[in-house]
Design a protein. Structure first.
Length: 175
């Protein structure tokens, strides 16, 4: 992003479900790591490696967790701890806040990767939206970005303000 550009930041707020899933997932990973480290085979490196893997996995997933979103004049940025993902506004057909009944249908479908720890950050497929990319932390406060060839969902803390900022950036603000 160019320095001095007009950018608005929106925090990501975790839903109760994501918080519970993350706490349970981290706890299970730590218990697994402790169990492998207590095997205690002297001179054998394999239990140590197994004990380290869950901790490394948690660290990587945390580093890729979503801190918030930025709207600039030409893109929406998904802000993570270690990087930023650019979602260009070129070609954006529609941006809308998902109504409550639609948001209920945005729950993860049958294709999941990092679906429960730190963020809903994967490709999903469900009856409401079909295939879509999620960069979300609260599935009850969803903004839908519709492109001709894909759908992206995000969950900024102020969805209505976010929608208005994106519409202003692409020049389709409603009066």
């Amino acid at each position: 992003m160019a320095e001095g550009s007009d950018v608005t930041f929106y925090k990501s707020i975790w839903s109760r479900a994501l918080t519970i899933n993350t706490i349970l997932g981290v706890a299970l990973s730590l218990v697994t790591a402790a169990a492998f480290s207590s095997i205690g085979m002297t001179g054998f490196w394999f239990p140590s490696v197994l004990a380290t893997l869950p901790i490394l996995l948690i660290a990587v997933m945390f580093a890729r967790s979503i801190r918030g979103y930025e709207v600039s004049t030409d893109a929406v940025w998904v802000v993570r701890w270690i990087d930023r993902r650019r979602i260009p506004l070129d070609g954006l057909k529609e941006v809308e806040r998902a109504p409550s009944d639609m948001a209920a249908g945005v729950q993860p479908g049958n294709r999941q990767t990092n679906a429960a720890l730190f963020a809903y950050n994967a490709m999903y497929d469900n009856d409401v939206l079909g295939p879509h990319q999620a960069y979300a932390t609260d599935l009850q406060h969803v903004v839908v970005l519709r492109y001709p060839d894909r759908i992206v969902i995000i969950s900024p803390d102020r969805p209505d303000d976010f929608v208005n900022a994106v519409r202003c950036a692409i020049g389709t603000a409603k009066a």
